[in-house]
Design a protein around this ligand. Structure first.
Ligand SMILES: O=C(O)C(=O)C[C@]1(C(=O)O)C=C[C@@H](O)C=C1
Length: 322
């Protein structure tokens, strides 16, 4: 009995959760939040790009899906649609989501002023969310897309002396290098209510999952499902079947044919999120579309505990989205 308890504790302790690294990204904050929700003993694994998170062998994966200001995170949508690739047998499934309030910081190496900045690096989402600010205050600075916000900070610290670069990042990324950086502007996204929604995916089977990641007893009815559609008719079928919450369409890989096997100039794959009245966590497909996951939203699960401020060194509660 005691041995079994030790064994299951050991098994839990070795479970991992992959997120967009390095430390200091918003993805790390989302992963920490999911970790708390899942019992707090996951090993957080930083991974350099979004596509490499999706293919990472970790038990759990954290992917940013969409943002209030800049819309879908294209690398994530493309990754979620890869199960449509012929020959794909298994894929991680979405089991939970969460939304973080996003407030970006413009930082530069100590001594660099706003007027001197020649280029700004960040994740394309952060650059997009900060477009109005950059247009107004740094119209001539080159915008350089980087795999992550915290990676962009790291890069400007590694640039040769005299480089006049800045990065857009989280407060956490600024705080962890505060002694080497100047904060040039707080809040480059320009609005207070700016959120990014993250998905939690898992490779674990239903009976391996901690209780809390399964559709929990607290769910009162509204559950969301994600589907990958390789034919427009499947989208229509899902729409006829229930309420559509979101639709993201992306170009399918070159060479993809239409439903008659004919080449098409605009091959399209579509990610559809539906509100579900008949949740079946083990559902594989519906209306011909591939089911990518079924779960309750955080609104149903209720607010999660806020992390201590000191974890990320920022002012005020980190997680106030309910
Ligand atoms: O680069 C990061 O810090 C990320 O976690 C990625 C990401 C994104 O892809 O949307 C997450 C939240 C913000 O919207 C900006 C960037």
């Amino acid at each position: 009995m005691a041995a079994a308890t030790v064994q299951s504790a050991t098994k839990r302790a070795t479970r991992s959760i992959a997120y967009l690294g390095p430390a200091g990204t918003y993805g790390e904050q989302a992963a920490s939040r999911f970790n708390i929700r899942l019992g707090g003993d996951l090993n957080l694994v930083p991974v350099p790009t979004i596509p490499s998170i999706y293919t990472h062998p970790a038990d759990f994966l954290v992917l940013p899906l969409e943002n209030t200001l800049h819309g879908a995170v294209l690398d994530t949508v493309d990754s979620l649609l890869t199960p449509l690739t012929p020959g794909t047998k298994t894929h991680p499934r979405a089991v939970a989501d969460t939304a973080l309030r996003i407030e970006h910081q413009l930082v530069a190496r100590r001594g660099t002023t706003l007027a001197q900045v020649e280029f700004v690096r960040s994740h394309e989402q952060a650059l997009g969310q900060s477009k109005a600010f950059l247009d107004e205050f740094l119209p001539h600075a080159k915008r350089v897309s980087w795999p992550s916000t915290a990676g962009a900070v790291q890069s400007i610290l590694e640039d040769e002396d005299g480089a006049k670069g800045a990065a857009i990042c989280s407060k956490a990324a600024y705080e962890q290098n505060r002694d080497k950086l100047d904060l040039l502007h707080a809040g480059t996204q320009g609005v207070k209510d700016n959120f990014t929604r993250f998905l939690l995916l898992t490779r674990l089977s239903g009976d391996e999952l901690p209780e809390v990641a399964l559709v929990p007893g607290t769910a009162t009815g509204t559950v969301v499902s994600f589907f990958a559609c390789d034919e427009p008719a499947q989208v229509g079928g899902l729409a006829a079947d229930g309420i559509i919450l979101s639709v993201h369409q992306r170009p399918a890989p070159p060479g993809t044919t239409d439903e008659n096997g004919e080449p098409t100039p605009f091959p399209r794959w579509t990610l559809v999120e539906t509100e579900d009245q008949r949740p079946d966590p083990d559902e594989k497909d519906r209306c011909g579309a591939t089911c990518l996951g079924v779960f309750p939203t955080e609104k149903i699960m209720g607010p999660v505990a806020a992390l201590p401020e000191s974890d990320f060194g920022i002012d005020g509660p980190l997680y106030d989205f309910v």
